[in-house]
Design a protein around this ligand. Structure first.
Ligand code: NOJ
Length: 736
C-alpha cells in the first residue's frame, strides 16, 4: 500500500495538467461500437492522442495483438509511458458463454455466480482485457426494460449477494493476478427504474426506494472492493446521475469511503446537454468532474475542456488530481506498472479460451439456473428409453439465441441447441423435430440486431404431424436474445409471432406438452402456463444451453432454480414485485363487503402468475413448523430462527430456503415482506434438516428517507418458505 501511494504521488508530481486530463479520457477502439458512433470518430487521431499522453484507457480493443499494439504506443511513445487500461463488456462470458446474469441469479447459488465471473475474467484477461463493465446490479421491477437480463432481478438482498459474488469472481483475491480483471458496478444509480421500462428514460423516485431498494447492491459491491463504478444515462429526480454529486462524491466516495474510480457511461457526460442540465459540453465537463465522475467514456468533454476550466479557476485542480490518482491506483493494482504487457500472452490466449473445463463449468451453471415452474402428474423428468419425443419450435434448434445478449466474443451459432442436447442423451431416433414457427434473422450486429419471430403458420402441419406421432412433445418457446438487452425495451412482454397459435394446434393432438421457455426477462406466459402440464423457464443459458436443459429434462439434474423476478399474469401489472407495500386498502378486500373500494384491478388478480423465489423440484420439500429461540430480541443481541425442511422424495435435490421479515409498524411504512437471508441446502430423498438463521438488528433495520439506518422497536414477523408467496412465520418483538 505504502509503495503504491509513494509511486503514484511521484508520478503525479511529474505530470502536466494536460497529461493528467489525458488519464481521464477513455476512447473507444475501432473494432466494435457499443454506443452511438460519434460523427467525428477518427481512429488515426486516437492513436496520435495515445502517443501524446492524452488517453488513459480504451474500450472495445480486442485480442492480445491489438491491445499490445495500442499499449506499445502509450508505453513507448508517450512522454511518461503510463500504460493504458483496456475495458470491455464481459457480462456473462468472453467466448465461453455462461448463463445471462438474470439466469445466474435464478440459481441463488453464489458459488455459481463467482465461478461464472471468474471464468469470464480468465478468458478476457487471456485476450488482453484488464477491466470489465460488469456486474450490472440495477434492481428492476419492470420486465419491459430490456436490460433486466443483465442484472440480478427485483430484490435488493439477492442483488447484493450476487453483486458481491460477481465482484469476487471477476477480481479474485488479487487484482494483480493475470487471470483476474477489474470489475465495474453499474449503473450508479436507479437506471432499472426508467419510467415505463423504456431504456434511457427518466427516473423519478422517492428516497426510501432509493436507499432501501436501489443502493444496497452498490454498497455491497463497494464493500467487496469493486475497483470501479459506472454512472449512467438516466436522470434521477431532475439531475442526470453522471452529474449527481450526492451519489458519486458524497455517498460513494465520502460516506462509503470507496477508493476506486467512477467512469461515465458511453457519452453520458455530453448527453447532459441534451437532458437540458448543462448549456454545452464545457459546462457538462465542469458538472461531471465536480460531481465525482473520474473518467470520460466517449464524450471527449474532459479532453476538450478540463484544462481550460482549471486555468479559468472554474474547476478546482484537486478534483483532477484525485481522479487521476484513483485511476492510477487501479492500473497499479492490475500490475500494469510492473509489466504493461502482462495480459498480452498469445500462448495463453490460445490455450485458455473455450476449453473443455470452461464449457463444463458453463454447463453446470446453466443447469443450476433453470427454474421448473410447473410439472403436473410428474411428466418430467422424461425417461431416456422407450419414449418417442417430438421436439418442436425453431428456438429448439437454434444455436445462436442461447448465447444471449451481451455475448462479447462468442462465436455466432456456437451454442449447443436444445435439440442437440436432447439427442446426445437418448437414441437419436426417438426424437423427431419440426420447426413450427419461424424466425427471421436481422443483420447480426449488436448495434442494429432485432430478429423477429414471425406470424407464419406454414410450419404448423409438420409440427402437428410430429406431435401426433409422439408420446410427448417438448416445445421451445420464448424470445430471441436480441429482444432483450440494451436499447431493447418492449411494451408487450407476451410471446411474439405465431407461437401461441401453434401451441393451440398441438394441444388438439397431444396434451403431453413440456414447454421450454427461453427468455431474457419475465415474459407474460399466463396462457401457456394454464394450458400445458409442464413448464421450464430456461432463460438464455449460454454456450452449453442445450446440454444443460437436456440434463434437466431427462433427470440427470434435479432442477433447483428459483425466480429472481415475479412473472406477471398480464403485462398490464408491470411493474410487479413481491416486496410491495400493504397500502391502506390492501390486496384482499379488508371489509369483505363485495364493494370495489380496494386496491385491485377489475380484470386481473393482483398477485403474479409465479412469485419471486418460486421454483419447483422433481422432489417435494416440506417445511415443518418454524421456531424462534426467544420471542424477544433485545438490542445488541441475536436469536435463532429454525425450520425443519424435509425432502419427501423421490429424488435427491437442492432447496433454496428463504427467510423473509415484515416490520409491522414503522415510522416509514415497510413492505409486506423482505428477503433477509437464504440458504441453499442439499437433501437426499427422505432426508430432513433443521435450517437455522441468526436474527439480529441488521436484519430488522431499514433506511429512513434521509438515508439514516434505523432499527425501530416493535413487532416483526419472521417467515420462512420455499418462495415469497409460501411462507409461514413467527412473531418477534424487538426492544431497545
Ligand atoms: C453503454 C452501456 O450502458 C454500458 O453498460 C456499457 O458498459 C457501455 N455502453 C460500454 O459498452
Amino acid at each position: 500500500m505504502e509503495h503504491r501511494q509513494k509511486f503514484i504521488a511521484a508520478l503525479l508530481a511529474k505530470m502536466t495538467l494536460v497529461e493528467k486530463v489525458g488519464q481521464l479520457n477513455l476512447y473507444n477502439g475501432t473494432w466494435e461500437f457499443t454506443g452511438p458512433v460519434p460523427k467525428d470518430d477518427d481512429s488515426q487521431l486516437k492513436f496520435e492522442h495515445i502517443r501524446q499522453g492524452l488517453v488513459g484507457g480504451m474500450l472495445n480493443v480486442l485480442t492480445v495483438a491489438a491491445t499490445r499494439e495500442a499499449q506499445k504506443l502509450a508505453v513507448e511513445d508517450s512522454r511518461l509511458g503510463i500504460p493504458l487500461i483496456f475495458g470491455y463488456d464481459v457480462i456473462h462470458g468472453y467466448k465461453t458463454m455462461a448463463p445471462i446474469p438474470l439466469a445466474q441469479s435464478a440459481s441463488w447459488d453464489l458459488e455459481v455466480a463467482r465461478k461464472c465471473a471468474a471464468l469470464a475474467a480468465l478468458e478476457a484477461s487471456a485476450s488482453g482485457i484488464h477491466w470489465t463493465f460488469a456486474p450490472m446490479i440495477d434492481i428492476t421491477r419492470d420486465a419491459r426494460w430490456g436490460r433486466v437480463m443483465e442484472g440480478p432481478g427485483e430484490d435488493p438482498y439477492l442483488g447484493s449477494a450476487m453483486a458481491k459474488a460477481w465482484v469476487e469472481g471477476f477480481q479474485g483475491s488479487d487484482l494483480g493476478a493475470v487471470n483476474t480483471i477489474a470489475a465495474c458496478a453499474k449503473h450508479f444509480a436507479a437506471y432499472g427504474f426508467v419510467e415505463a421500462g423504456r431504456d434511457y428514460n427518466t427516473v423519478d423516485m422517492g428516497s426510501s426506494t432509493l436507499h432501501n431498494i436501489v443502493l444496497p447492491p452498490f454498497k455491497a459491491a463497494a464493500e467487496a472492493g469493486v475497483a470501479t463504478f459506472m454512472n449512467g444515462f438516466n436522470e434521477l429526480n431532475g439531475v442526470p446521475v453522471t452529474g449527481n454529486r450526492f451519489l458519486q462524491r458524497q455517498l460513494l466516495k465520502e460516506l462509503w469511503n470507496w477508493s476506486g474510480f467512477v467512469v461515465s457511461d458511453w457519452a453520458s457526460i455530453g448527453e447532459m446537454v441534451t437532458h437540458g442540465f448543462t448549456a454545452d459540453l464545457k459546462h457538462a465537463a465542469e458538472k461531471a468532474i465536480g460531481a465525482g465522475c473520474d473518467m470520460d467514456m466517449e464524450s471527449k468533454a474532459y479532453l476538450r475542456h478540463l484544462q481550460q476550466l482549471v486555468e479559468e479557476g472554474i474547476v478546482d485542480q484537486k478534483y483532477i488530481d484525485n481522479a487521476v490518482q484513483r485511476i492510477l491506483q487501479v492500473k497499479y493494482d492490475l500490475g500494469l506498472f510492473d509489466d504493461p504487457y502482462r495480459y498480452c500472452n498469445q500462448q495463453r490466449e490460445k490455450s485458455s479460451i473455450l476449453t473443455d473445463t470452461n464449457l463444463a463449468l458453463a454447463r453446470d451453471a446453466a443447469r443450476k439456473s433453470i427454474v421448473l415452474l410447473k410439472n403436473e402428474q410428474h411428466i418430467l423428468p422424461l425417461s431416456k428409453l422407450g419414449v418417442s419425443i417430438g421436439v418442436i419450435g425453431c428456438l429448439a434448434q437454434d444455436k445462436d439465441i442461447p448465447l444471449g445478449s451481451w455475448r462479447a466474443q462468442a462465436e455466432a451459432n456456437s451454442a449447443k441447441s436444445l435439440l442437440e442436447g436432447m439427442k446426445s442423451l437418448v437414441e437419436p431416433d426417438s426424437i423427431r423435430f419440426a420447426e413450427g414457427y419461424k424466425l427471421t434473422r436481422g443483420d447480426r450486429s449488436f448495434l442494429f440486431e432485432l430478429d423477429i419471430i414471425e406470424n407464419d403458420e406454414t410450419g404448423f402441419d409438420d409440427a402437428v404431424a410430429v406431435a401426433q406421432d409422439s408420446d410427448v412433445v417438448v416445445l421451445a418457446m420464448g424470445e430471441d436474445c436480441w429482444q432483450t438487452g440494451e436499447g431493447r425495451s418492449q411494451v408487450d412482454v407476451g410471446l411474439k409471432g405465431s407461437q401461441q397459435e401453434l401451441l393451440k394446434q398441438l394441444l388438439k393432438v397431444n396434451q403431453n406438452i413440456v414447454v421450454v421457455m427461453m427468455s431474457g426477462r419475465a415474459l407474460d406466459i399466463a396462457e401457456v402456463a394454464h394450458q400445458v402440464p409442464a413448464l421450464l423457464q430456461v432463460w438464455h443459458l449460454g454456450s452449453e444451453a442445450g446440454n444443460a436443459i437436456a440434463d434437466v429434462i431427462f433427470g440427470d439434474y434435479n432442477p433447483s432454480g428459483k425466480l429472481p423476478v415475479s412473472f406477471p399474469r398480464h403485462g398490464g401489472q408491470l411493474p410487479i414485485y413481491y416486496n410491495h407495500k400493504n397500502t391502506g386498502r390492501p390486496t384482499t378486500n379488508p371489509h369483505d363487503d363485495g364493494m370495489v373500494f380496494w386496491s385491485h384491478y377489475t380484470d386481473c388478480e393482483n398477485d403474479p402468475l409465479y412469485p419471486f423465489g418460486f421454483g419447483l423440484s422433481y422432489s417435494k420439500f416440506e417445511y415443518g413448523e418454524s421456531r424462534l429461540s426467544a420471542n424477544r430480541l433485545i438490542s445488541g443481541g441475536s436469536i435463532k430462527f429454525t425450520a425443519t425442511i424435509k425432502n419427501l422424495g423421490p429424488y435427491d435435490g437442492h432447496e433454496v430456503v428463504q427467510l423473509y421479515i415484515r416490520d409491522i409498524v414503522a415510522s416509514e411504512t415497510r413492505p409486506v415482506k423482505e428477503l433477509k437471508a437464504f440458504k441453499k441446502v442439499f437433501l437426499a430423498a427422505g432426508e430432513e434438516e433443521v435450517v437455522s438463521f441468526d436474527i439480529d438488528e441488521e436484519m430488522l433495520s431499514y433506511y429512513l428517507s434521509d438515508g439514516s439506518l434505523v432499527c425501530e422497536p416493535g413487532a416483526f414477523t419472521i417467515m420462512v418458505g420455499g418462495s415469497s408467496a409460501q411462507t409461514q412465520g413467527q412473531e418477534l418483538i424487538y426492544e431497545l
